[in-house]
Every structure is written in C-alpha cells, then in structure tokens.
Design a protein around this ligand. Structure first.
Ligand code: ADP
Ligand code: MG
Ligand code: MG
Length: 885
C-alpha cells in the first residue's frame, strides 16, 4: 500500500485509502475530498498514519522508500505550482500540518512558510514585488519552526518583538516595515543559536524532514497522551502529516484569512457564521492579536460593528466562498467548519470538517436538513447525541442575566436551581413543605439525605465526584447538582458556609448551574426548556424507528406526569419505599418495623394501607392504563429508623411504646452489611404481612381506578432481590391470595402480572426455573452490577475513578453497563427466561436504562423495554431508535 498520497493539481485517485480518515487522517482525507470535487485546494501530499505508527515503533527512522515517495510527491507540488522547493530565485513554500483520525489538540502546531532561508527570502521578495511581505513571512517561519520543531520557547521571540516595537514607538505589528522585519529575523536567529548552540537550519530539506519528524513525535507527546486518555482515543492510531503549498493571506488588502461555519454552531440557524482578517496569515484570526471581522453583512449589522464584513469588502471572493459552503454541505450532508485563505482576491480552501455544535443547534440542523431533503430521518436520528438532550430538558440560566459567581464545582447534574441554603435534609424537607425553594448544601450526601434531596431544587456538595452519591441520585431525580466544590467549607455549628472569601449563612439565596458547575450568590433568572418544535419532531421520528418501549422509574404522581410529558410509555419501576418516608406516615412505618410481633405489625400496616392505596390510585390515574410495575418493599428496614433521642421520644409518644424498648428493637435490626442483608424479598419471606398489605393496596387501587375510569388497569407486581424459584413461588402466592380476596370483596377481577427483578447473579443463572413463576423479568442492573462486581455502589466513588483512569473498566460500571461481564448475566437471564416462557416480558430498570451505550446493548439482547428516570426518558427514546437503526 502507498504511504504518501498527493492531492490537488488535478490528481485523480482511485485508491480509496487517500480519502480514508483512518489512513490519511481527518484533515488529509478532507483535503483530498475537496480537491477531488474541484474546489480550489493548494496542492500537497499526505504521509499516512500507518507510516507514523511504523516510525514510532521502529525507533524513529525514515525508510528509503518514504524518502523517495516524499521526493516524488514534492515534485508534484512543484510542477503544479510552477515553483521549486529551495530555488533562490522563485521558491516554493509549504506548510507542514498534523492530522489524526479525529481532530486532536495536543498534536504539533502547524508550521507555515517552510522553505524560506536567507536566500529564498530574497527570491520571494523579488517575485512578489513585496519586501515587507517576504520578510514578514520569514520571521513568522523562524519563530514557528523554532518553537514547534526546535523547542525554543516562543516567549523569547515575543519579547524580542515587543522590545523592537517599543523602540520604534509602534503599537501594532502592521507598523513594522520590511527593514524592521529583516532586523527581527536576524535577532530571532540569534536567539536560536544562543538557545541551541547551533544555527537555524538553512537547508530546506532539513527543514522539511525536521518538521515531519516533529509531527510524528508529537503523537507521543505528554499533551497528546493526556488528551487521548481523557477522550478515549487509542494510542495506536498515529497521526498523518500534510505538506501543502502555501497560499498567502498576508499579501496586502486583497488578501485575507478566515474560519467559517456553514450554519450557526450555537443556534443551528441556517446562516453563515465566521470570522476573517484582511492581510493576515494562519492563526491570526484565533490568536486574538487583532480583532477579527464579521463574515456577513447581516452579522456585522446585528453586532453594530464598523470594520467591513467580507461580504462587503471582498464581494467576489465572498460569493465564491458562499458557493463553496453550499457545495460542501451538499457533498458532506452536514454542517461544515471551514478554514480558508484569500490570496490577491483568489479563494483557497485549507480545511473542512463536520462542525462542533451545541445540543440545540444539533437538533435544529438535523430537523432542518431533513426538511431541506439533505438527509433522511434515520440520519437525523443518528446525528444527535442522546446525552446532549440533557442540556435541553432542564430549565437553564438566562444567559443575559448577570451572575455573581462565588465558586465552582463539578457539573454533576444539569439544569439550574435557585433557592435558600439549607444544611441538612430534614430542614430541607421542612422548609420545602412550607413552600420555600431550597438548595441542599452538604459536605457529601448519603442515602439518609434522599428526602432532603427530593425536597430541594438543587444540591451542592463540597466533596465527591461525578459518580458520588449526590451526583447519581441528583441525576436520577433530575435535580441540578454541583458536586466536589473544593472551595466550599461548611460550619454546622454556626450554620454558615464559606466559599473563597465569601461567607454565607443558612437561609441565604444561591443559584447553581449544574451544566457548568458554577455557584452564584442570589437568584439568577432561568428560562424554561422548549419541548415543542424541533425537539418534538425529532422525538416523533425516533419513536417511529425504535423497537423497544421506554418506561420510567417514578413513584410520585408529579414525576409520573413529567415522565409522560417526556414520552414515557409506562412505569418500569415504582419504588414503594420512597412513599414510606413521607412525613405523614413515617411513624406508622416505624411502628411497623419496631413492633415486637405480627399483631403489632398488622396494626401498623392497617394504618399504612389507606395511604398506600391512595399512592397507587394517583399513579394509576396519571398513567391511564399504561403498564405500571410496582416493586414491593426492598430496602433494609433500619433505613427507616428514627435518628437521635428526640425522634425516639416523639415516636414513643405517638405509638405508646417505651423509648427503651424501641431502642432495643432498633439495635436488633442493626446489620453489618445491610445491602446483602435482610432486605428485598427476604422481608416478604419473614414478614409476609408487609407484602400482603402492599398487594392489597395495589389491587384495591387498581379496582377503584378501573371502575371510575373504565380503563383496563393491569398492575405488574414485582418482587425484588429474588435468588431462587421457591422465594418467588411463596411470595407470588401471597400476592395471588391478596388479589383473590380483593376481587371477591369488590365483585370484579382484573388481569395482573407477578414478576421479579433479576438483580443477583444466582437469579440470572437460575432464570430458567424462576421464569416458571414469573410473567416478567426486570433486570435491576444497579444491584446486579454491585453483586456481580462485588463493589458497593455507595462506597465505590473513592476507587472507581482511578479504576476508570487506569482503563480497568472502560467507564464507571454503575453509569454504563459492564457489557462484557454483567451483560453476560443479562443475556443469559433473558435467554433462559425465554426458553421457559417465550412470552415473558423483559425490561431493565437500573441507572443503565437511561445510558445510550447500555440501551444499545439491551436492543441486541432483545429486551422489550428500558426504564429510565423521567429526565432520561427522551434520551432513552432517541438512544433506542439509534440502537434499532
Ligand atoms: P489546526 O489543525 O490547528 O487547525 P492547521 O493545519 O489547520 O492547524 O493550520 C492552521 C492554519 O494555518 C490554517 O487554518 C491556515 O490558516 C494556515 N495554513 C495551513 N496550511 C496553509 C497553507 N498551505 N497555506 C496558507 N495557510 C495555511
Ligand atoms: Mg485547522
Ligand atoms: Mg435492587
């Protein structure tokens, strides 16, 4: 295979490798592509990524073959341009540019004007008739090459230039004359020989090979390695090298350089967007030395700016550019990010690639392009990153509002929230009940804080990463969260907190931006998300293309309603225990838990029955006949216990049992390893009356709502943490008996399903047997991950991120399913379950139900539905469609 590919100057390749990003890198492939469709691209050649990998592996030697190929390719440039590399009379100059498969900061910076030396600079001056241009180009080259290839620090050059300008009384580079630049070049070369102990290379071939080598070596630079690690880019891709004839944007007022997008990358609007500079080269536009000018007249007028737009100043070159924009969009069928140069009114294209865009823009462009006939629905669906939708579903801070920023943490859960600071969960709940908007501020959160997190508009923690308890729970609840705000300290005694130099107290107003991690004093106004328009259109398309259903994990009528707005087609997981924390009934729950015997428990359960029935009624009403899976009580009982003497005293008062007895019972409930302890169906086995009450509440509620609404309500009763068939058999009977009693009392019957969660490895292995008792399986991948990996999700934050950094797990397995490992159990459970009962309904209800990669896996297993927290429902709808396409 060839390792050097030429482009431009009318070369036609039939070798597909020339336009393959994997071989010639993103930049090289697109340059070849643009040249191929007849766009004005300065001729050049690309050395492949394969050659880079080989060079690095073989310890940095160029092969004779490569030297020969490069010499031949250079001749191609020379004949196309009509100039010779190193010719003192009329030199060819080139740029040397790196270009990996994906655009990658950290790689070598581009070197421009290569091929200049003390002799060729005179030839450039003579042929261009412009001394100043020639010496300006040379000084740029010496600085760039010395910095990028030779490793001389660039500030040395910048200081020398500053001093020269000061001595001359100049403010701007443009005031420098040809002679001034000539003197600067001399000085620059002096800097190089002083720093390196050798002269700046005058041999143009030495210059070229030095630059090629620097590009290859930059693949293994520390900067590049860090970037690759952070972005999951494999180390064995390598980078290509592009060598290309120079065109000059710095040849006076008819020359320019610029960058542009074919549509607005912030809004998605179909309007050219970009910046350019007259008489400038390369990175001047982005370097911030001069203020760039607007591309279009409309943009300039909107901004009220004076310097002419390109449309006005260079109408012909602009018209040509606009035609190129149209052509490129038609060709690539996507918004393009473009780099161009105008040399004496002639346009040259130097780069194109798919442009980065905000979520909002991605959505608008995808929908617009379908309407324009540029792409089909399937392409539109694939083009929007499901996770990016998260940005769009939450209220966001009004970008126009002023912000008094106190500090910053990690953007742990998106959305914006304002409220008064509260420092503990109980206070959060109390103040929220009184109608206040509160922000819960903690050093870190634990499962005991759930009620406070639920009551809060937003959550701020001083410690903890993106997968800390606070972060995971907040994302699940759709609460904005900023975690790990290291500048934050909390003093619980004085109930104050400090952020940087600022002191605040409980009750002060703050605002969190969960998308950026910013923490602000006071209230910053928010704007509501836009769920109609483009969003609705894309979702409709996604719904048409997906096979799996999307349900939600929700247990309050408000969350259910929201999830339905987001398109949920049922409830995949209604966790009944969350209902038990309600202020009005926690004492009955505690009475039930602390009761000495069954009679005591039944008395307490009788108080809970009407409450639970009302819960389920409300949910069945909101869900209007859509499937609802209700999980019977799951957590270890001690999670409900009173905290502290005051709560024990209060409970003793309410239920008439002495404090000492209560405390003794509470001690008896203590467990060393509660997540593997007396929880899930084990509660049902030991205290069947609890599940009996819950089942009764479900069926009574279902009968009531069915009678009132005329809808067919088909409750799905789910038994958690089953490991054996016998457990399910016993508990199914409890549920069936309760159903029979209720139906007899009510004089009506309903269809219902009893099923189980598959969340223990044993359950997955025994799924064939368990399916004899189950009408459905819901893979509870949170616990299944925890039990399969033997990793406690509540303690994992401390060591999981190093695990991910070291590549032990590719991603946090509690966020994205460990497909290799846990995935096997899911697959096996599904297969064995289906083998026993072909009609078994299969779903997933862990955090993973809202994670696109895990959803793609669920599609391959053929699950019937995924269930995600309400805010993840649209993400799941889109991801399920992508998985099906
Ligand atoms: P990056 O990957 O950092 O964008 P590039 O290789 O695209 O680096 O080079 C940066 C800039 O240098 C380009 O946008 C262009 O303005 C300028 N440049 C590169 N090659 C040439 C060339 N052959 N002629 C003129 N300008 C060039
Ligand atoms: Mg570029
Ligand atoms: Mg579980």
């Amino acid at each position: 295979d060839r390792q050097v590919y030429t482009f431009g100057g009318g070369v036609k390749h039939d070798d597909p490798r020339a336009k393959d990003k994997v071989i010639t890198g993103g930049k090289g492939a697109n340059l070849a592509e643009m040249a191929g469709i007849g766009l004005p691209v300065p001729p050049g050649f690309t050395i492949t990524t394969e050659e880079c990998v080989k060079y690095l592996a073989e310890g940095g030697d160029f092969s004779d073959q490569l030297r020969a190929d490069v010499a031949e390719a250079l001749t191609h440039i020379e004949t196309t341009v009509g100039k010779t590399f190193g010719n003192p009379a009329d030199p060819l100059l080139v740029s040397v540019r790196s270009g990996a498969r994906v655009s990658m900061p950290g790689m070598m910076d581009t070197v421009l004007n290569l091929g200049l030396n003390d002799e060729t600079v005179e030839g450039l001056a003579a042929t261009s008739g412009d001394d100043r241009f020639a010496w300006d180009s040379y000084r740029r080259f010496v600085q760039m090459y010395s910095d990028v290839v030779l490793g001389v620090e660039h500030h040395l050059f910048e200081e020398a230039l500053e001093i020269a300008k000061e001595d001359n009384g100049y403010l701007n580079d443009v005031e420098m004359s040809a002679d001034d630049w000539r003197r600067i070049v001399k000085e620059y070369k002096g800097i190089v020989s002083a720093e390196l102990g050798r002269e700046f290379p005058q041999d143009v071939h030495e210059q070229l090979w030095g630059a090629i080598q620097a590009v290859f070596d930059s693949w293994d630079s520390d900067r590049a390695k860090v970037y690759r690690r952070l972005n999951d880019i494999p180390g064995d891709w390598g980078t290509a090298v592009n060598v290309q004839a120079m065109v000059f944007g710095n040849m006076g007022d008819t020359s320019a350089t610029g960058v542009a997008f074919t549509r607005d990358p912030a809004t998605g609007e179909k309007a050219y967007y970009g910046e350019w500079l007259v008489n400038a080269q390369g990175e001047d536009v982005v370097a911030g030395i001069r203020t760039p000018q607007y591309l279009t007249r409309a943009a300039r007028e909107r901004a009220g700016a004076k310097p002419l737009s390109m449309e006005e100043a260079m109408p012909e070159a602009y018209a040509e550019l606009a035609a190129v924009f149209e052509l490129l969009e038609k060709h690539y069928r996507d918004m393009q990010d473009i780099e161009f140069t105008v040399q004496q009114n002639k346009l040259w294209m130097l780069q194109t690639r798919s442009g980065k865009r905000t979520a909002k823009a991605a959505l608008k462009m995808a929908v617009d392009m379908v309407e324009e006939g540029l792409i089909d629905e399937a392409t539109a669906i694939k083009r929007v990153d499901p996770m990016a939708l998260d940005q769009l579903l939450h209220p966001t801070l009004d970008p126009k509002a002023p912000r008094d920023v106190l500090g910053k943490g990690l953007p742990a859960s998106p959305g914006a929230a304002s409220g008064v600071i509260v420092l503990d969960a109980d206070t959060a709940e109390k103040r929220a009940e009184m109608g206040e908007a509160v922000v819960l501020v903690r050093v870190e959160t634990s499962p005991e804080d759930i009620h406070g997190m639920h009551a809060a508009k937003g959550i701020l923690t001083a410690r903890g990463g993106m997968t800390s308890h606070a972060a995971v729970v907040a994302r699940g609840m759709g609460r904005p969260c900023v975690s790990g705000a290291s500048g934050l300290s909390i003093d619980m005694k004085s109930r104050t907190l400090r952020m940087g130099t600022r002191e605040l107290k409980e009750g002060d107003l703050i605002t969190l931006d969960g998308a950026t991690g910013e923490i602000m004093a006071g209230e910053v106004p928010t704007i509501e998300p836009e769920l109609a328009g483009d969003f609705a259109t894309l979702m409709e398309w996604a719904d048409r293309h997906r096979r799996m259903k999307v349900r939600t994990n929700a247990e309050t009528p408000a969350d259910c309603r929201m999830a339905r707005q987001f398109g949920a087609e049922g409830i995949g997981l209604c966790r009944t225990e969350h209902m038990f924390f309600d202020a009005g009934r926690i004492s009955a729950v505690r009475q039930m838990i602390l009761a000495e015997d069954e009679a005591g428990r039944r008395a307490a359960l009788a108080k809970l029955l009407p409450e639970q029935r009302a819960d389920f009624q409300a949910i069945f009403e909101v869900m209007a006949g859509l499937p609802v899976t209700i999980r019977l009580l799951d957590p270890p009982l001690h999670e409900f216990l009173p905290h502290g003497d005051a709560e024990f005293a209060e409970l003793s008062e309410t239920i008439g049992i002495g404090v000492d007895t209560l405390k003794r019972r509470a001690d008896e409930l203590h467990e060393f390893n509660p997540m593997l302890g007396h929880r899930g169906c084990r509660l049902g086995i030991t205290f069947p009356e609890i599940y009996e009450m819950q089942a009764r509440a479900i069926f009574e509620a279902a009968c009531d709502v069915a009678a009132a609404s005329g809808e067919a309500i088909v409750p799905e009763v789910m038994i958690p943490l089953v490991a054996t068939r016998r457990e399910l058999q016993i508990l199914k009977k409890v549920v069936d008996d309760a159903a029979a009693k209720v139906f007899a009392e009510q004089g009506r019957t309903l269809d219902y399903l009893v099923g189980t969660m598959i969340e223990l490895p044993r359950a997955a292995l025994m799924a064939g047997e368990i399916a004899e008792e189950a009408k459905f399986f819901s893979f509870g991948t949170n616990d299944l991950t925890q039990t399969t990996l033997g990793v406690s999700r509540d303690d994992a934050a401390r060591f999981l991120s190093p695990y991910v950094e070291k590549g032990i797990y590719p991603r946090d397995p509690f966020v994205s399913l460990d497909i290799e490992g846990v995935g096997q159990l899911v697959q096996l459970g599904a297969e064995r379950g289906r083998a026993t009962y072909a009609g078994i309904k299969l779903g997933i209800c862990g955090e993973h139900g809202g994670d696109p990669a895990s959803i793609a896996f669920c599609e391959t297993v053929g699950l019937d539905y995924v269930s995600a927290s309400p805010y993840r429902v649209p993400i799941a709808r889109l991801a399920a469609a992508q998985a099906a396409l």
